[in-house]
Design a protein around this ligand. Structure first.
Ligand SMILES: CC(C)(COP(=O)(O)OP(=O)(O)OC[C@H]1O[C@@H](n2cnc3c(N)ncnc32)[C@H](O)[C@@H]1OP(=O)(O)O)[C@@H](O)C(=O)NCCC(=O)NCCS
Length: 182
């Protein structure tokens, strides 16, 4: 059983630190560096739930579906961070929701304001799209991420519980495995 925290904000803030970085839209040549950076950040320890896993389809999927909401942070021609998100429109709701799904910064460049710059650019894009509420979710024990989003104005954490059921021992699974291959 795992718990997740989801933070919601409608309160923008500004702050930046000195590091020569460029925040820009992701381009096709960035797919591999972003994927490999994400591999170092989102492993099974940091992402204990299986409902969301970091893989190549995740990066290419967002790049195909929402390229304008895929951002990278570049420092001296090196990709040191990324933000991937989307907009959710619910039926029977006048509200547009922005969802920041993946935010990652190269550990060598963390705590220097890169994540904040990526986030603030993403927030600007959401405001320009008419989004009224931003959401993010992360593991309840990811203290760095929780402090990061709290500092940026996210609040009202909602706890969610994930449960799993291993079907390997189910009698139907067992009989499926013992059936001769056609
Ligand atoms: C969360 C993450 C994106 C933050 O990026 P970052 O560039 O290091 O963050 P910033 O330097 O912009 O930090 C802004 C503020 O967030 C808080 N913060 C960031 N990292 C923190 C840490 N390790 N511990 C405590 N607070 C932290 C601080 O309040 C910081 O402000 P301060 O430096 O003035 O105290 C980065 O730690 C990361 O990539 N983590 C792994 C992936 C992840 O968990 N992503 C989020 C869920 S998808």
């Amino acid at each position: 059983m795992n718990t997740q925290s989801t933070y919601i904000t409608d309160k923008p803030q500004t702050r930046s630190k000195k590091l020569d970085i460029k925040i820009r839209e992701m381009e096709i040549d960035d797919l591999a560096p972003v994927f490999h950076l994400g591999e170092t950040l989102f492993d099974s320890d940091t992402l204990p739930t299986m409902y969301r896993t970091w893989d190549d389809y995740e990066v290419t999927g967002f790049f195909n579906e929402d390229p304008e909401f895929c951002l990278v942070a570049e420092h001296k021609d090196r990709i040191i961070g990324f933000a991937l998100g989307t907009i959710i429109i619910k039926s029977r709701s006048a509200w547009k929701y922005g969802y920041l799904i993946w935010l990652g910064v190269d550990p060598a460049f963390q705590k220097q304001g890169v994540g904040e710059k990526l986030y603030l650019r993403f927030q600007d894009l959401m405001i320009a799209e008419g989004v009224r509420m931003l959401m993010m979710d992360t593991s309840a024990n990811d203290i760095a991420a929780l402090k990061f989003f709290k500092k940026l104005g996210f609040n009202q954490p909602h706890e969610q519980i994930y449960m799993t059921l291993n079907l390997d021992n189910h009698r139907k699974s067992k009989s499926r495995k013992t059936k001769p291959a056609k």
